[in-house]
Ligand binder design. Structure first.
Ligand code: ADP
Ligand code: MG
Length: 550
């Protein structure tokens, strides 16, 4: 009926657009490219990536989320994959590389089905059915882990995935100790607020000098050498205004005609500071932490009163100090009183490397703890910081949930074997998709083997054989270059981390598979695109309205 008519154009001429198979194909390629870029970092034998920005600053990391955050990713589908890593990092803190590698593999397996003429709806349906089974199996296969030793294993597994260069056992113990200190029991349920654990770093020294502090560490020294360097029974005033006289914006000229007036003028200034310090003293504070500056004269008077003072404390540290010591941050010194002060058993200045830092220990809130990371260089301490933050999250989750799975690709191999059995029962076209799902899961043990320099194909065949025999915990032993029981070797991943990674990977893969049209759109956020609202606007402006997707 429409034949002979002009085609109706709904898009501006020249708009970038890709449809159907082409759109699907290029989306899958982009996702696979991202997954391929980070798969070499998976596992304890994974390599690191060095990311260099346009001004030459570098980040060296083995952490999927960090690498993807630093990478300058432009492709829209690739960005969706990066989002999965971010979401995984935010919600559970670990398993980011696994999630991305798995998402890439779900798509790769789907691609070959698409080439065989299986429709994407059939694939996503099959994948969804398989995922429902996976969730059931995961609960069945999970192992109880609530003792200290298991928690240390969980920390070790998380840390060993990051960097082979530092001593995991010391750090693992510190992480577990810290988590145990902040864990609380509420209505018979354990909950851990891992934000109570503050991670600080100071380069210099060795990783083995990394320490756990029962309190907070502030990277500031006392402002005056005459101040005490230890204060016991500390009563801490937190002030977020300056102990300085405001400098006028316009240069003020003070005309002093009589020499005796100079003294008067200086006395006035000194008086102001004396009064400020008076107010601090009156509140009975023996420690003062200011978010802003403290004038030299004020420092002098504070020292005279035996008050330990630090200045220019970071806002985030001020907030942590308030929470830990029970202090209220005041802006006006007049508001200082005994009630607004925080309490700690000890405030002490300690020399760490070449710097002096303030240790606030025995805080009113015993849940405030810190880990102070030491290591040879800035890059080392930064990578340890990222790894420790992940390990803290993972151990906290395990402390709450007490459920772990065998690591080293064991769980993925077991799931793959079970899912194959399930596929046979389902039959039909979906069976192909469910089998593809099983193959995709095997990317984890395969990559772990590959990164450890093992033969990935032979290893996977052996691994499958063990799982067929019922050795459900067999995984890749990257140290021994063989396969063995991951639980016996103490390689545990938390159930929640794995579950989240599987779900996140599947979600993004499904989302990408359902796209059959990619159209350059108007830029969002900035209101109407230029020309869009103009009467008879020039179509030629189209290209500027939105970034073309490729
Ligand atoms: P992710 O970002 O996914 O956590 P990692 O690089 O940390 O990536 O690697 C995690 C994988 O490495 C998990 O499958 C975990 O079970 C495995 N793994 C960690 N330690 C070992 C080990 N000692 N032996 C074998 N596999 C390990
Ligand atoms: Mg990890």
């Amino acid at each position: 009926m429409l034949s002979g008519q002009m085609p109706i154009l709904i898009l501006k001429e020249g708009t970038q657009r890709e449809q159907g198979k082409n759109a699907q194909k290029s989306n899958i390629e982009a996702a696979k490219a991202i997954a391929d870029a980070i798969r070499t970092t998976l596992g304890p034998k994974g390599m690191d990536k060095m990311l260099v920005d346009s001004i030459g600053d570098i980040v060296i990391s083995n952490d999927g989320a960090t690498i993807l955050k630093e990478m300058d990713v432009d492709h829209p589908t690739a960005k969706m994959i990066v989002e999965v890593a971010k979401a995984q990092d935010v919600s559970v803190g670990d398993g980011t590389t696994s999630a991305v590698v798995l998402a890439g593999e779900f798509l790769k397996q789907a691609e070959s089905l698409l080439e065989q003429g299986v429709h994407s709806t059939v694939i996503t349906n099959g994948y969804r059915l398989a995922m429902n089974e996976v969730k059931k199996y995961l609960d069945e296969l999970a192992i109880k882990a609530d003792d200290e030793k298991s928690l240390i294993r969980v920390a070790e597994t998380s840390l060993s995935g990051k960097n082979a260069g530092f001593s995991n056992s010391i750090l693992s113990e510190l992480v577990v100790k810290a988590v145990n200190l902040v864990a609380e029991e509420r209505n018979g349920k354990i909950s851990v607020d891992s934000s109570n654990i503050k991670v600080d770093k100071k380069n210099g020294g060795s990783v083995n000098d990394t320490q756990l502090i029962n309190g907070l560490v502030i990277d500031k020294e006392r402002v005056h050498p005459k101040m005490p360097n230890v204060v016991n029974n500390a009563k801490i005033a937190l002030v977020d205004s300056a102990l300085e006289i405001k400098k006028t914006e316009i240069e003020a000229k003070v005309q002093i005609t009589d020499p005796s007036k100079i003294h008067e003028f200086l006395d006035q200034e000194s008086d102001t500071f004396k009064k400020m310090v008076e107010k601090v003293k009156k509140s009975k504070a023996n420690v003062l932490m200011s978010q802003k500056g403290i004038d030299d004269l004020a420092q002098h008077y504070l020292a005279k009163e035996g008050i330990y003072a630090v200045r220019r404390v970071k806002k985030s540290d001020m907030e942590k100090l308030a929470k830990a010591t029970g202090a209220t941050i005041v802006t006006n010194l007049d508001d200082l009183n005994e009630k607004s002060l925080g309490k700690a058993e000890k405030v002490e200045e300690k020399k760490i490397g070449d710097d002096r830092m303030t240790f606030v220990t025995g805080c009113a809130n015993p849940k405030a703890v810190s880990i102070l990371i030491r290591g040879a260089t800035e890059h080392v301490v930064s990578e340890i910081e990222r790894s420790l933050n992940d390990a803290i999250r993972v151990v906290s989750i395990t402390k709450e949930d007490a459920k772990v799975l065998p690591g080293g690709g064991a769980i993925e191999a077991e799931l793959a074997s079970r899912i194959r059995g399930f596929a046979n029962k389902v039959g039909g076209r979906e069976q192909l998709a469910i089998e593809a799902f099983a193959r995709a899961l095997e990317v984890i043990p395969r990559t772990l083997a590959e990164n450890a320099g093992m033969d990935p194909i032979n290893t996977l065949i052996q691994l499958k054989a063990e799982h067929e025999k019922g050795n459900r915990n067999f995984g890749i032993d990257v140290e021994g270059n063989k396969i063995s029981d991951s639980i016996k070797r103490g390689v545990f991943d938390p159930l929640k981390v794995k579950k989240h990674a599987f779900e996140g990977a599947l979600e993004v893969a499904t989302m990408i598979l359902r796209i059959d049209d990619v159209i350059a759109s108007k830029k969002s956020g900035g209101g109407e695109s230029p020309g869009g609202g103009m009467p008879g606007g020039m179509g030629g402006m189209g290209g500027m309205g939105g970034m073309p997707p490729y």
